[in-house]
Ligand binder design. Sequence first.
Ligand code: GLN
Length: 508
Amino acid sequence: MSLLRTSAADLAGVIASGEVSAREVTQAHLDQIQAVDGSVKAFLHVDAEGALAAADAVDARRAAGEALSPLAGVPLAMKDIFTITGMPTTCGSRILEGWSPPYSSTIAEKLRAAGVVVLGKTNMDEFAMGSSTENSGFFTTHNPWDNDRVPGGSGGGSAASLAAFEAPLAIGTDTGGSIRQPASVTGTVGVKPTYGGTSRYGVVAMASSLDTPGPCARTVLDAALLHSVIAGHDPRDSTSIDAPVPDVVGAARAADVTGMRIGVVKELGGEGYQPGVEQRFSEALAVLESLGAEIVEVSCPSFEYALAAYYLIMPSEVSSNLARFDAMRYGLRVGDDGVNSTEEVMNLTRGAGFGAEAKRRIILGTYALSSGYYDAYYGSAQKVRTLIKRDFDAAFARTDVLVSPSTPTTAFRIGERTADPLAMYKADLCTIPSNLAGNCGISVPCGLSPDDGLPVGFQVMAPVMADDRLYRVAAALEAELTKRWGGTLLDHLADSPSGAYLGVGSMR
Ligand code: GLN
């Protein structure tokens, strides 16, 4: 059995039965990181010692006859925006270089309590601003499908670590698409839970009214298992929803769309969408119809303004959240020579520590919030946000879920969009509406685009706290497609000549 190609659900099973130890599983993934991460560059920090110690603790609990939780002993890659004690947190920014948090995020605590083995921290666009990891202050992550292409962003490191078989599970945050878009372009599964369904405590804030931590995995069931570990009410996050976590695992196992009404959002397609992406999307719709779902078309006219509203609301919140990086409390300090004033040290540090995209957004947000412009920009954007919510409400009154491509194109080339921020921003056209409305979405692979052979993602969106519906639809689609393909998309990559460098060989 190839430990690297086994699902998290199955790994947990063989660890619990004693067939393999958590240490063996962890060591196999550390070896894979050692072998391939020089070219993939998914990790900013690997904690081999801590991971093996966590694995040993799981093995000891098993040996003592303790019942293990469902993902005990399974390795996970953590986006470097989650604080966790014993490891640095940089958010992909030079300004936080060298900072190790004295506390852990609620999600990190939940993972550790569940016996999940944290392998290390993954690369990301600086403070989660970007769609390609090219805005990382350290280096760009490469897409395992094609080394010259981006793995998406901002959570490109987490997605690439899954596609390169360096970890079976990962976590990310989705403010405008940073879990779903990387999942889409790497042939993996990514979920943005309902806003408030997963705790933001200890997750470095980008745009607080939008940020949503969520699971990343190679299968829908694995994502559901991870979702159920990390979700739930947290009194330490004032926007956390005090309600039971939807039964996402049950829904993933049910994988049944019989009688469901699935709405295709008319506005999320057409001009600007890659033909191969639209083709695979339509084929996936036909699959769902053949499985007993009813497909209807819905219109959400305000979605046209979602990107514009997002690029006012998000930078406004960014400009305020990033004010805390003042050279006094965390990480980098530049020009502290006893001569410069405190203000000069702050200016020098922020000038040196933030990259161009962070600066662009801080400036934009400060402008949008300034008195004189507040109503015209920030105020108008908030009104658009309400219109988008109303579009969703009207659409969900007629349907159980809405669907679209996850992103308009497949993975673009490294460097292709760096000079054109608007082209970069458009990667999130389909994902941003759910962030603005606070509801939930998943990206699940639906094939390789016939025009470039790269993965295409299928997005399912559901109402607030109806996250189980995402899993029901995505799991049904995944089950049927893997049957037709004779394996998953990533099996296809691993077995292909271009995937040979991943070194995980054929399992079948
Ligand atoms: N790509 C989007 C942005 O740059 C989304 C980022 C995110 O979800 N963190 O803002």
